[in-house]
Design a protein around this ligand. Structure first.
Ligand SMILES: NC(=O)C1=CN([C@@H]2O[C@H](COP(=O)(O)OP(=O)(O)OC[C@H]3O[C@@H](n4cnc5c(N)ncnc54)[C@H](OP(=O)(O)O)[C@@H]3O)[C@@H](O)[C@H]2O)C=CC1
Ligand SMILES: CC(C)(CO)C(=O)C(=O)O
Length: 326
């Protein structure tokens, strides 16, 4: 099985290190800059469960040298995908499956849903439909990523918590391609449930990211602080209820109540969301996949999003002012 992890940062680097240590598949990664140089020189350094490991892995700057793959795992930030398309396409053959490991609303969301929105391209995450056209939604295996991982220095992957990567075909089918990949990931020590409704699970994760991440970026607060403060908790809750109405109108099942989801976020503790961390480091924030795309879904389903709109307006301004947007 030939697998390339494209964008071996925190999540891609962690996944690649686990798969490489299991040693069962023909694995490559595509990376760039100082990170690539460090991996080429010393392998991926992974800190996990108190152990410090150095894991050799085939690393390339360009996809051409790797050729057509059975699976390509896209572990870039959502806003990096369009710019990377020219580099991703050489990895794709007739049978290649593409696993999308991004937070937020995925570009392929309306592939195979039926009804009037079938085939709708989402401008917020796929402007002009370039990703849809060049990768092709029929290749996609959806995913929800749960581990918390950081890149501490070039080539240095620090696993903080969690080993679960849910996978699921957009159609819900338990296909051979999703089953085989899940098996390899499980043999690498990960928890990999295969879901028959991956969109609903994407929404439950998104529920928290769409509300807590912007509020944390706007206020500099941790998850625990946002939940402890009545005003910010209610702001998050209002955004979540707007999103829930949109999701439900699209057929999504929310298996837990909003207050339980809020409690779960608060229980994570004094943790800065990834969006706040990106802002503090001057990196591009995942605003469009986490927030703008939900606003776009609201327009498509005729559901009002006044609170999401207001928070998004402030968040975009902040990101533009700090050079963290686009
Ligand atoms: N980190 C986490 O704990 C979690 C992350 N997620 C989600 O997973 C996704 C990935 O996040 P994360 O791993 O944190 O992001 P990172 O920024 O750590 O990793 C992305 C990597 O892709 C690289 N990259 C981008 N464009 C290219 C390109 N054209 N060619 C080669 N490499 C490229 C980046 O390089 P460069 O740094 O040079 O830009 C970076 O190394 C996001 O959607 C995130 O929300 C979900 C759950 C938890
Ligand atoms: C911590 C958490 C769960 C916040 O919703 C997250 O996913 C993030 O920081 O992006």
């Amino acid at each position: 099985m030939k697998v390339t992890v494209f964008g071996a940062g925190a999540i891609g680097g962690y996944l690649a290190a686990k798969l490489a240590m299991a040693g069962r598949i023909d694995l490559s990664i595509v990376a760039r800059g100082a990170h690539l140089e460090a991996i080429k020189a010393n392998g991926l350094r992974l800190i996990e469960d108190g152990q410090d490991m150095s894991v050799p892995v085939r690393a390339a700057a360009t996809a051409e040298v790797l050729g057509v793959q059975d699976y390509v795992v896209l572990a870039l930030k959502a806003h990096s995908l369009t710019l990377a398309l020219d580099q991703i396409v050489p990895l794709l053959g007739d049978h290649t499956a593409v696993v999308t490991m991004q937070n937020g609303v995925p570009w392929w969301y309306f592939h195979g849903v039926g009804g009037p929105l079938e085939g709708t391209r989402l401008n917020a995450v796929d402007r002009g439909g370039a990703i849809w056209q060049r990768i092709g939604p029929q290749r996609v295996i959806g995913s929800v990523v749960y581990p918390a991982v950081e890149v501490d220095a070039p080539g240095f992957i620090h696993h903080i918590d969690g080993k679960r990567f849910s996978l699921g075909e957009p159609s819900g089918e338990r296909s051979e391609r999703v089953t085989l990949l899940a098996e390899e990931m499980v043999k690498a020590g990960l928890q990999v449930p295969v879901r028959d409704d991956i969109r609903s699970e994407i929404w439950v994760k998104l529920w928290g990211n769409l509300s807590f991440n912007p509020i944390s970026a706007l206020t500099g607060s941790t998850l625990a602080a946002i939940v402890a403060d009545e005003s910010t908790r209610m702001l998050a809750r209002t955004m979540m209820l707007e999103a829930q109405a949109i999701g439900e109108s699209l057929g999504v099942r929310f298996p837990i109540a909003v207050d339980r989801r809020i409690k779960g976020a608060g229980d994570v503790g004094e943790h800065k969301t990834s969006m706040l961390q990106d802002l503090e480091r001057g990196r591009s924030m995942e605003i469009d996949a986490l927030v703008t795309a939900v606003q776009e879904l609201g327009r498509l389903t005729d559901k009002p999003t006044p609170t999401i709109d207001a928070v998004l307006a402030l968040l975009r301004r902040l990101a533009v002012e700090r050079g963290c947007y686009g």
